[in-house]
Design a binder for this molecule. Structure first.
Ligand SMILES: [Zn+2]
Length: 131
């Protein structure tokens, strides 16, 4: 069997997925700074985000983007807390929630496939702590 060559990508070529998180984090910091200013705060001490496991966002990439984006803003040096929300679906047959294991929303009890995703798509600011 013929084997292909593995290409070694440079740091700047690999950031395709990270870019998504960078723009999301830029928006989160922008909103937090605006809210902090409106409340009369002078510094952001902590930003807490709520990220669902089905949001398509990589928390580590968000962390990486955070420090860079906060530089030269009132959020410089702020702590970032990420609250992970596990994917949870609802089975209308069993009338109960179940943890979603994959993209097939299958109820582990009755194997109904039409489970409805109730939690796990969250991508929101949970809290902004200012001083
Ligand atoms: Zn069920």
């Amino acid at each position: 069997m013929r084997r292909g060559r593995l290409l070694l990508l440079s740091e700047s070529e690999r950031v395709i997925t990270a870019m998504h998180e960078v723009s999301l984090m830029e928006e989160a910091v922008r909103v937090a700074v605006e809210a902090a200013r409106e409340s009369g705060g002078s510094r952001i001490l902590k930003l807490r985000l709520r990220i669902g496991t089905m949001s398509g966002v990589v928390p580590e990439a968000m962390r990486f983007a955070f420090d860079v984006i906060c530089r030269n803003t009132m959020a410089a040096g702020a702590a970032l807390e990420i609250e992970t929300v596990p994917a949870t679906s609802w089975c209308a047959v069993c009338e109960r929630e179940f943890p979603q294991a994959d993209f097939l929303n299958e109820c582990p009890t009755c194997h109904n496939l039409s489970g409805e995703l109730r939690r796990g798509r969250e991508l929101e600011i949970a809290a902004v702590e200012v001083s």
